[in-house]
Ligand binder design. Sequence first.
Ligand code: HMG
Ligand code: MG
Length: 286
Amino acid sequence: MADVTPDITIVEVGPRDGLQNEKRLVPTGDKLALIGLLRAAGLPRLEVTAFVSPKWVPQMADHEAVLRGTPPGEGLIRSVLVPNERGALAALAIGVEELAVFTSASETFARKNINCSIAESIERFEPVAKLARQHGVRLRGYVSCTVECPYEGAIDPEAAARVALALSDLGCVEISLADTIGRATPEGVDAMLSAVTAQLPAARLACHFHDTFGHALDNVDVALAHGIRVFDSAVGGLGGCPYAPGAAGNLSTLPLVRHVEANGFSTGVDIARLREAEVFADSLRG
Ligand code: HMG
Ligand code: MG
């Protein structure tokens, strides 16, 4: 890992947001091999799995084995997605540096993805936030469908800002703003980020782009102009969301690294090693 703090922090979500959407069940050993390659590439933050219901997302059913198989590392933040207190307790019993809760700026998407309203989801996260505080681990919050929703269409930027603020009030140290289906245009992202940054400083925000229509890197540029310096991406552009019809892969990590480095930002990522991880990730596709 680089000694100097990089300008841009990349949150690698491939093992979770990438593999959750694969049709074939990826064996636990292959997930751990992928995580090992991503660590070797110097990615400082890894979302390794999701402690969600295996009935809802069968691809993440081996979450305990994946987290157990991912030992802590110096400077490494292992993050897991948790929908409720039960997921948080199970992850904390194994050991983790970050819990990530997830809701949406779209009521319909919240219902389809986590089977509750946005307000109910925030209530459900309260015990998770309490546990995070008690255990001294970071709490991250996701807002899905901040610009476009597969069910509701365009989302009011103020709705995204309200949910981001609610997650901040809950205790999330970082809020990741997602274009879940990759339909957001740079103009839409600009409007959404203008609304959110009127409520919260850019230093507390991350952006999570999917690349369905090839807008992701343009959207990164808009986010950079708003002062965002944390970006989520998935190795090899793996992924999508099982409850977001039309969601294609996530923004791919290697093009993201190349893009921001070409624009003068450092990432601390070893490109040759990342390429090795990408080749392996490609071999896991169903
Ligand atoms: P529910 O059916 O309303 O609640 O699900 P439930 O309490 O009745 O639980 C259903 C079953 O799951 C029960 O099992 C529970 O015990 C079990 P049964 O009694 O029927 O045998 N269960 C659990 N099992 C393991 N771990 C748990 C857990 N909790 C309950 N933590 C629930 C509600 C939230 C659990 C469900 O809707 C769920 O798990 N949803 C997760 C959906 C998901 O993971 N979606 C993909 C990730 S989000 C995403 O990709 C977007 C993101 O990338 C950003 C972006 O791009 O937008 C983050
Ligand atoms: Mg996603």
